[in-house]
Ligand binder design. Structure first.
Ligand SMILES: [Zn+2]
Length: 303
């Protein structure tokens, strides 16, 4: 995309999230993140729901890269985090589609990388970054947001250009074990990888793409049938991916930050997985507050 062109700038957006779907659900109940009129983001669901809008987001190539930030976290080593995210992406790319085969999508690890900023440059190389925020959480949702995936996409076509994940290790302790689980990194990672690949929140609590995570749980590690239907709809099984699978990011790969300013993208936004509070009565309210605050932030930065 050319810099400086108003039309070109408008065609790029950073995705955002995501209203909780409270309507009726049935088999294959899932939602995809979409680019809607006026540069806003929304969702399109199966079965269709009131408020569905826009063009579904998707990676245009079957080969996509991701990169762990080299410092990882004081709680999770780079090796452990790398293993977790490989497993999280593999849950999606090896899902057994009802039509036979697996989603036509291959994830390639080009990291670790030095850059620790979520950014997308239209002039320089990029990385699809996964970074822990050990010191402070720089976004809305203090105390209720576990992680955030920011997706940059073409407003008109829904093609994803870049995706970055941030993990709120400043406010919770992520663990990678099967017992004495605090905040299960593999559960959170698998959910965020769904956003990375273009999925929105699902309404059923046993879906990995459900918006809330219950502390000490590992349940989001495993995709349910709705998650599988969703990923198979976005990336239907097809011909074999070429061995020379080119996962180079748009405008090239860079381990270093490009120094891109937010204006490089026309709009910014984000998607979160909200932590379930202990009392069930306030789960929806707290999640909705967190997501609403992010939506406001996205609009403010869209100007
Ligand atoms: Zn989410």
């Amino acid at each position: 995309m050319r810099a400086g062109s108003r039309a070109a700038a408008r065609a790029v957006a950073v995705a955002s999230a995501i209203a909780l779907s409270l309507g009726a659900v049935g088999a294959d109940a899932y939602c995809r993140t979409t680019s809607c009129e006026g540069g806003s983001t929304g969702a399109r669901c199966v079965p269709a729901q009131a408020g569905d809008c826009g063009v579904e987001l998707h990676w245009p190539s079957p080969c996509v890269s991701f990169d762990l930030q080299k410092d990882a976290s004081s709680d999770v080593s780079l090796d452990s985090a790398t293993a977790v995210f490989h497993a999280a992406f593999a849950s999606w790319t090896t899902a057994s589609c009802a039509s036979g085969g697996t989603p036509r999508m291959e994830m390639v690890d080009l990291g670790p990388v030095a850059c620790d900023k979520h950014e997308y440059s239209q002039q320089q190389g990029n990385a699809n970054l996964i970074v822990f925020r050990d010191k402070s959480w720089p976004h809305a949702g203090q105390g209720s947001t576990l992680a955030l995936t920011t997706v940059t996409f073409n407003l008109d076509t829904g093609e994803i250009y870049d995706a970055d994940m941030e993990l709120n290790s400043a406010q919770v302790t992520f663990t990678t074990v099967d017992t004495a689980v605090e905040f299960d990194l593999l559960s959170v990672a698998t959910h965020e990888c769904g956003h990375f690949l273009g999925l929105s929140h699902a309404a059923l609590p046993d879906a990995t793409m459900y918006a809330d995570y219950k502390p000490h749980s590992t349940s989001l590690r495993s995709l349910n049938e709705d998650d599988i239907a969703a990923i198979c709809a976005v990336y239907p099984p097809g011909e074999a991916i070429p061995e020379a699978c080119d996962a180079t990011p748009r405008h090239g790969f860079s381990s270093e930050c490009a120094g891109a300013k937010p204006e490089d993208a026309a709009t910014t936004g984000s998607c979160t997985i909200a932590r379930s509070p202990r009392t069930s009565g306030s789960i929806a309210a707290l999640a909705l507050i967190a997501l609403g605050a992010l939506a406001v932030g996205a609009r403010r930065r869209c100007g």
